[in-house]
Design a protein around this ligand. Structure first.
Ligand code: 3H9
Length: 703
């Protein structure tokens, strides 16, 4: 229980206001407690309970002050996002509830533990005071849902913390700890130990002091902090890159501008207008969809809830290259010992040095203490002998993508690993069943496909082979949470979900430049769509030589081959599709242009101009089609898993919701028609949904 003994006692002797709210009067302090798992979101019932609770506290002659507290793991974590699409219209609106809280003439205190987020913090801002456990977090993260704090947060927060700090918290969605919040004036007292007892004592003091408590709306301290009109432009400029493509940050900046220039009531009206714009936007619908999609991926319909989880206390990683060392770091970060195995001493040394260097960078940024760095390194056991993996509960192989090599390793693992150990491969496209066949225990074999850099990227593709045991799948899905990854379950196919989905984009890009657009025009269209870089810039980064080029067999039959033949291998050679200066800034290359023009004239295409929208459709509609095939084949469990995989693994712009959600917004019939016009065959699923007016993003895998 996160919120102490006094809370339990208070609840024990309390009156029940409704199914999620209790009321007690303890030592002259009214205690209203919300208990609505999992996160005390402001559902209709919670709003009903709050309104009734504060009314009763107002009228209760024995109550001199009021404390608002929450049971369970957290204070109110925000508006109930599920209700956004299905509002409880019988319940009082949030604004009416907050007005009632703010109008309470007795001193009101929010007692915060866990996270006070969004509408939760906005509720606390309608109390006169906020007290909190030191480790509690306070934030207004609505921007991540494509929204702004629409319950007065944009107007009240700057009145306490000032415009600049409020912009940081709201437009960047950065929460603060209660300790920092106290320094900013947002938290009035930190309580060590029993939060409710501390909050009650604080409320009694406030009541005793006799001075009228000041409402946040009437406070001006924050607004008096130095700022001028430039603060807003400077903030926009400094964050232009992070805000690119997103609508909510600009509306938040405008709302804070209103807070510093308009009286409170007018600022609230402005906030409501700006909120309404965002609430109706496709972007917010997309980001809300992704919020739930991300939380759904770990649910596997054919795994009974009672499927046991194998305990994982020690991990082995084979291969200390970039992938292997990145993978190892995930487990070290979670406090699990890792045995890292390489064949040769120098490679092992390089891997260890890379891990240490990574931690040192985190330390230099203040994200890791020197002690934590050493603790993590101490969990790492380097080895040159696979026999040292005998005690590992999980072994992950991360060597070159060669089937013979992987099979050899798995055959050896089969001999050394203890019975019941999970044997995982980090392959990004090879057949997991063929790898499993090298062992006598294919039920224990699974794919764990990390994305590079493996210690940073949040996606983990979990690949179930034909023979993988249910408890091995369940363990992998649960382990993902331990190492703070989002697992997406895939069946075996070439490239699994994420890599397979993006192959048509690359093929379409290569084909398109034969018809007129230059690589940089193609890249520009995709960057404007929202990707961080286009496919050709990506090829230059990865290296043209490592994507299947072989000097011995190269015969000038493609643009990539010719570029490789003339030594244009990408950024590492200071030139690929683009030219690069010493600072690795890319400019269109006249050499590449010549090669492309040559291929264009030989291809028989009449070179023509494509508007950016046409380029986007040429490259991304085939991706949507591939997604529909992946569902038809039952490779993915659900369309939303595909969206999560692409957003988290390939930087697909989150504000589109991912390819499946985006496709629904475009219209499936239009996509079918366009695919046919391109000479592509639309999948049966896509055709059927287009015919029936169905949605792709709510589909489940079908095989
Ligand atoms: C808002 O407040 C708008 C206002 O300005 C008012 C405008 C008028 N609603 O993440 P977890 C569910 S917008 C409904 O796995 P954790 C979640 O789906 C809101 N449900 O746990 C999951 O359900 P399930 C602003 C919610 O410990 C379960 O709770 N607030 C909500 O890793 C556990 O969630 C936010 O944006 C919600 N608001 O993290 C905060 N929140 O088990 C969003 C969670 O069925 N929430 N659920 O899958 C979070 O950041 C994290 O959930 C939190 C807990 C940090 C609270």
């Amino acid at each position: 229980m996160a919120n102490g003994q006094t809370l339990e006692a208070a609840q024990g002797g309390a009156d029940r206001i409704n199914s999620v709210t209790t009321y007690a009067c303890i030592e002259s302090v009214a205690v209203i407690t919300i208990d609505s798992p999992p996160v005390n979101a402001l559902s209709g019932d919670v709003r009903r309970g709050l309104l009734a609770g504060f009314r009763r506290a107002h009228e209760d002659p024995t109550a001199q002050a009021v404390v608002l507290a929450c049971a369970g793991r957290t204070f109110i974590a925000g508006a109930d996002i599920r209700e956004f699409d299905a509002p409880d219209t019988d319940a009082p609106g949030l604004h009416a509830v907050l007005d009632a809280i703010e109008a309470c003439p007795k001193p009101t205190v929010a007692a915060i533990h866990g996270t006070a987020l969004g509408g939760g913090l906005e509720t606390a801002l309608c109390c006169h005071f906020r007290v909190a456990l030191p480790e509690a977090k306070l934030g207004l993260p609505e921007v991540a849902l494509g929204l702004l704090p629409g319950a007065g947060g944009t107007q009240r927060l700057p009145r306490i913390v000032g415009a600049e700090a409020a912009l940081e918290m709201m437009a960047l969605g950065k929460p603060v700890t209660a300790t920092k919040g106290q320094a900013m004036g947002l938290v009035d007292a930190l309580i060590e130990g029993d939060l409710l007892a501390g909050a009650i004592a604080f409320a009694q003091d406030a009541a005793r002091s006799g001075t009228a408590a000041v409402r946040v709306r009437d406070r001006t301290g924050g607004l008096a902090l130095p700022h001028d009109a430039h603060v807003f432009d400077e903030f926009r400029r400094a964050n232009a890159r992070a805000f690119r493509g997103y609508e909510a940050p600009e509306n938040i900046v405008r709302a804070v501008e209103a807070a510093v220039t308009l009286p409170f009531a007018d600022g609230m009206k402005r906030e409501a207008e700006l909120f309404a714009e965002l609430f109706a936007s496709r972007q917010s619908a997309a980001l809300r969809y992704l919020f739930f999609a991300e939380r759904q991926t770990a649910r596997v319909p054919d795994l009974p809830a009672a499927t046991p989880i194998r305990p994982i206390a020690t991990v082995g990683v084979i291969g200390a290259g970039t992938m292997g060392s990145g993978i190892a770091m995930n487990f070290l970060n979670a406090g699990l010992p890792v045995t890292l195995v390489e064949r040769e001493e120098p490679a092992l040394e390089r891997g260890l040095a890379a891990i240490r260097r990574n931690y040192e960078v985190s330390q230099a940024k203040g994200k890791l203490t020197a002690q934590a760095l050493e603790e993590r390194m101490a969990l790492l056991r380097p080895s040159l002998d696979m026999a040292d993996l005998a005690q590992a509960d999980l072994v992950i192989e991360a060597v070159f993508e060669r089937m013979d090599l992987k099979q050899e390793i798995f055959a050896r693992l089969d001999q050394v690993a203890r019975p019941g150990a999970i044997l995982a491969t980090n392959t990004s496209f090879l057949d997991v069943d063929a790898i499993a066949a090298a062992t006598c225990r294919p039920a224990d074999v699974i794919g764990l496909h990390f994305f590079s850099p493996a210690n940073v990227m949040r996606l983990l593709e979990v690949v179930r082979g034909g023979a993988t045991a249910p408890d091995v799948i369940a363990t992998a899905m649960s382990l993902a949470r331990t190492i703070r990854k989002v697992p997406v379950l895939s069946r075996v196919c070439d490239g699994f979900i994420a890599n397979r989905m993006m192959t048509p984009r690359m093929n379409a890009a290569q084909a398109l430049i034969l018809e007129g657009p230059m690589p940089w025009e193609v890249d520009r269209a995709l960057v404007d769509y929202g990707f961080a870089m286009g496919p050709f810039a990506m090829l230059d980064l990865v290296g043209l030589d490592v994507i299947g080029w072989d000097a011995a067999t190269s015969n000038s039959s493609s643009i990539t081959q010719v570029l490789c033949e003339i030594g244009r291998w990408g950024q590492k050679r200071e030139g690929g599709f683009y030219d690069y200066d010493a600072a690795r800034r890319a400019t269109p290359s006249p050499v590449t242009e010549g090669v492309v023009r040559d291929f264009q004239s030989r291809s028989g295409h009449q070179a023509r101009t494509f508007v950016p929208q046409a380029i986007v459709e040429r490259l991304l509609f085939p991706v949507v089609n591939e997604g529909a095939r992946i569902l038809e084949e039952g490779i993915a469990l659900r369309a939303s898993d595909i969206d999560v995989a692409l957003v988290m693994g390939y930087g697909w712009p989150p504000f589109t919701g991912g390819p499946m959600f985006w496709a629904d917004g475009i219209g499936l019939q239009r996509i079918v028609d366009a695919l046919e016009a391109m000479g592509e065959t639309p999948s049966e699923l896509l055709r059927r949904l287009a015919r029936e007016g169905g949605a792709l993003s709510t589909c489940t895998g079908q095989a």
